[in-house]
Design a protein around this ligand. Structure first.
Ligand SMILES: NC(=O)c1ccc[n+]([C@@H]2O[C@H](COP(=O)([O-])OP(=O)(O)OC[C@H]3O[C@@H](n4cnc5c(N)ncnc54)[C@H](O)[C@@H]3O)[C@@H](O)[C@H]2O)c1
Length: 416
């Protein structure tokens, strides 16, 4: 029997849902479990993946003595894996790590097309079940994905934040420590701007035990470390050959989750919504901000030199360009899925073989002419969502794998 004393009230434990149980998502889950700071719900589209990882982590809890860390009042904590958004309900924090990572030679921006739809659907579905959550985005290209997630979620911008600046700063911090042979804990580093080649490391704001690095290293050395920081993600992608970094990304995300859950109001660079700060508007980009239980509590405006400000604005221009591109991609893909929905409504879902549906007959039965649908068919064929076949002099429409996948995503069902 579970006993609750009046001095030790039973609280609903904090819950963190992680969408995407890949490298970053599962490592983040492990960190949260080992720190014993919240229940974790892991969600992935791949059947069994999140459930398997959650069970594995749950079984490690006893060995790692995770329950010893009574940081919060609840002793029993749970890790749960699912592919159903309903199981993520009432999360305090939702972290989106779903999507593809980079392959060698790819920039983060190359992931725009593939990850935009995934992030938008994840944000919509997760926030529908956890309307009070703080949304923390990790998927790349980070600043653009954070913007899309914010738009899709309908949340106030302060409740949406992207993880990147903390990671880029940690990378700069590590390189400074490695160069000087000092403990990383003594080094403090600051990187602003987009999470990409145009990020803006700020040596003037980097210190070793309070001493600016500009007094400890010559310009040439600093420039070399700045360049290595800009390419730090690619350096790891190149070495791993499959996928990207995940230990440091998960550690940074965990720090942000803690600051939100425990209302720590920590200052850290993160992708936040700007409304005029730094002369930038309607954009998510890396800036120092205060993170607490209400999300981004404030954005700190540093005094930048002309050169630093110009670099931040160049970085912002590339994010704005990609936001526009992402919106175009989204509206194109939405119109395709709407067209597929029209076919589905014509009866495709009732067929035993959803990939082979003679819609020509069905259209005739409803009194419409197949030619009325020519525009729809042409568009879907161009998108690779349907194909045609002639059978008994009738044109049979085949939903391709891509079409079936699009419908599944649109309807959020595995019925097909
Ligand atoms: N912001 C940063 O600093 C930073 C750092 C590291 C990685 N990333 C990004 O994070 C993302 C994840 O990286 P990773 O290494 O974990 O990749 P991964 O391939 O190991 O994991 C991604 C997971 O997302 C899942 N997924 C795909 N579509 C989904 C959907 N519709 N719903 C739910 N789950 C879905 C996949 O099945 C997979 O398990 C990538 O986009 C990567 O570039 C960002």
């Amino acid at each position: 029997m579970i006993m609750h004393s009046s001095v030790w009230p039973s609280h609903r434990p904090a819950r963190v849902s992680i969408i995407g149980a890949g490298k970053v998502g599962s490592t983040l889950a492990q960190r949260i479990v080992e720190k014993n700071i919240a229940d974790v719900v892991l969600l992935d589209v791949v059947p069994g993946l999140a459930e398997g990882i959650a069970l594995d982590l749950m079984q490690a809890r006893g060995i790692e003595r995770c329950d010893r860390a009574f940081l919060v009042r609840s002793a029993y904590r749970c890790v749960f894996g699912t592919n159903n958004y309903a199981d993520t309900a009432e999360s305090n924090v939702v972290v989106i790590t779903a999507g593809s990572p980079r392959k060698p030679g790819m920039s983060r921006d190359d992931l725009l097309q593939v990850n935009a739809t995934i992030v938008v659907e994840a944000a919509k579905n997760a926030i529908a079940h956890s309307p009070d959550a703080i949304l923390l985005v990790v998927t790349n290209p980070l600043d653009v994905m954070t913007y899309l997630a914010w738009q899709a979620s309908g949340l106030p911008p302060q409740r949406v934040v992207g993880m990147a600046g903390g990671l880029d700063s940690a990378r700069f911090q590590a390189f400074i420590a490695m160069e000087l042979g000092v403990p990383t804990v003594d080094v403090s580093a600051m990187v602003l701007g987009s999470h990409g080649d145009l990020m803006v490391p700020l040596p003037r704001y980097c210190t070793v035990s309070g001493i600016p690095i500009t007094e400890l290293m010559d310009n040439e050395t600093i420039e070399r470390l700045v360049e290595r920081t800009r390419n730090a993600g690619s350096e790891i992608v190149q070495l791993l050959q499959t996928g990207g970094a995940y230990f440091a990304p998960a550690a940074t995300t965990c720090l942000m989750v803690e600051s939100i859950l425990f209302n720590q109001s920590r200052f850290m660079p993160a992708s936040a919504y700007l409304q005029g700060e730094y002369g930038l508007k309607d954009i998510f980009i890396g800036v120092p901000c205060r993170l607490g239980s209400s999300g981004v509590e404030s954005v700190l405006e540093l005094n930048l030199t002309e050169t630093e400000r110009a670099a931040l604005h160049a970085s912002a221009q590339s994010v704005l360009k990609n936001i526009q591109r992402a919106n175009e991609i989204m509206s194109e893909s939405q119109s395709t899925t709407r067209l597929l929905l029209a076919l589905w409504k014509l009866g495709a879902h009732k067929s035993t073989d959803v990939k082979r549906v003679d819609l020509t007959e069905k259209i005739k039965r409803t009194g419409e002419k197949a030619s009325d649908y020519q525009g729809i068919f042409d568009k879907l064929e161009q998108e690779g969502a349907i194909a045609f076949e002639i059978k008994n002099r009738n044109r049979v429409i085949l939903l391709t794998e891509k079409g079936v996948q699009m419908l599944r995503e649109l309807l959020n069902t595995d019925e097909f």
